[in-house]
Ligand binder design. Structure first.
Ligand code: SPV
Ligand code: MG
Length: 433
């Protein structure tokens, strides 16, 4: 019997999939290459069902003879193994980001005279259309909370960007580019104390209190589905922190990052220009530990941020603290630096790699911005945060517009710096009218 190969995610099934499988059965035995969780996470959201659950479903679809894992979007590995007579796919992949995958399939099949069968794409339904619909329905606190740990597990690294209100939340949620044939987007949002404070015209000194920070978080949550990492400053008093982590956990925040400083907290990027005091490591470890004990779920993450490099206390000190905080139960370590060169962060990463017991490593390449994500990831960084770039790019643009209006006594000249009225009116569509 001839062999027919097709690739699926099997996460959200629709009649288009059944059409393809039914068509495939006309050509021979149907073997499904089911994308692994990692392969799905590499190009779109993490799957709702895990590989085993999806496998069970697809195995039970009439006409499917066998289900095997497909570990990459590229079919080559499985095709070489199975040498199918046919590969079947909808004709929608001739253009767009799957085009190069299709070309490689055709090339590979040629080696044993295999053929590609393309069936007419089922109109009005597609995985991405259904994904959009699901996104519109929104998410629940529990589902959102769990996402960060899943992303850490499934992706080489998690890419987060600052979100400080609904609008920047939407940018973090929806911005996509296609690069090297793959869709690139942000995985998570960072609710920065610097940006949240600055947006309110306040200094970044823990003056904007948690009630206000929660308002910001809620505003972001209203219009997004991606996981949230909160910049929790110093975490405050241990006695308060134990309550606050539970509030955040209940809201569906995925992680809080607290920094090992005490007293009046100043922004790290001031470095040693201002007085900043690092907490005693044992004290800070106790705060982490108390927070961990207060949590109700295993999903919420308390990440310890080490300020040793900021305060010129050295890599040794940073490493010792990392060990202490991990022993206290920290779910992640953030190493911060305000050097222009990535050298000290890279050195820390390399030493950190040698520790027996590690947790995911977080970096914030604001000042050392020449290093790429791929490089940071190769040194072991698991979460990479772009901490303030939306605010920093919006501010000069807004200021320029205000100055241009003043200079000209009218707004005509400022128009070139502005989005059109039409663009703004349609940026956020209203439902149901
Ligand atoms: C923030 O974004 O508020 C941070 C990161 O804490 S940094 O500003 O670099 O200290
Ligand atoms: Mg901060």
């Amino acid at each position: 019997m001839k062999k027919v190969y097709l690739c699926m995610t099997g996460d959200i099934l629709h009649h288009g999939h059944i059409n393809i499988i039914t068509e495939a059965t006309k050509y021979g035995e149907v073997i499904v290459g089911l994308l692994t969780d990692e392969a799905i996470a590499s190009y779109k959201r993490i799957p709702l069902l895990n590989f085993e659950q999806r496998k069970r479903i697809v195995e039970n679809i009439k006409g499917v003879s066998r289900v095997i894992p497909q570990r990459t979007l590229d079919y080559t590995e499985n095709l070489e193994k199975i040498k199918p007579d046919y590969v079947i796919h909808g004709d929608d992949w001739r253009e767009g980001i799957q085009k190069h995958i299709r070309e490689k399939v055709i090339e590979t099949l040629k080696k044993w005279d295999g053929k590609l069968i393309e069936v007419e794409y089922t109109k009005d339904v597609s995985g991405s259309l259904l994904d959009e619909k699901i996104k519109k329905i929104g998410t629940t606190p529990e589902v959102r909370l769990k996402q960060l740990r899943k992303l850490i597990e499934l992706k080489p690294f998690v890419r987060a960007i600052e979100a400080s209100n609904g609008l920047t939340g939407l940018i973090a949620e929806n911005t996509k580019v296609v690069k090297d044939g793959q869709v690139r987007e942000f995985d998570a949002m960072w609710v920065s104390s610097l940006c949240d404070s600055t947006m309110k015209g306040k200094p970044d000194i823990e003056l904007v209190d948690l009630t206000s920070r929660i308002n910001t978080i809620n505003e972001i949550m209203e219009v997004t589905t991606k996981p949230i990492i909160l910049d929790g400053d110093t975490g405050g008093l241990k006695e308060h922190f134990v309550y606050n982590v539970r509030t955040l956990e209940r809201l569906g925040v995925s992680a809080v990052i607290i920094e090992d400083k005490m007293g009046l907290k100043r922004n790290s990027l001031f470095g040693t220009e201002v007085v900043q005091v690092q907490d005693d490591p044992q004290n800070f470890a106790e705060k982490i530990n108390a927070g961990k004990k207060a949590l109700l779920t295993k999903d919420f993450m308390i990440i310890a941020r080490i300020e040793s490099l900021i305060l010129k206390a050295g890599i040794e000190d940073a490493l010792r603290r990392a060990i202490t905080y991990i022993e206290a139960g920290a779910d992640g370590i953030m190493i911060h630096s305000k050097e222009e060169s990535p050298k000290e962060v890279v050195e820390f990463c390399e030493e950190y790699k040698k520790l027996d017991f590690r947790v995911p490593l977080v970096v914030v390449p604001t000042t050392y911005n020449s290093i790429t994500e791929e490089e940071l990831s190769s040194y072991g960084a698991k979460i990479i945060i772009y901490a303030n770039h939306l605010l920093r790019s919006a501010y000069p643009a807004m200021k320029k517009t205000a100055e241009t209006i003043l200079e000209n006594g009218r707004s005509l000249e400022a128009e070139k710096y502005c989005a059109s009225i039409k663009e703004i009116l349609t940026l956020i569509p209203s439902e149901g009218i």
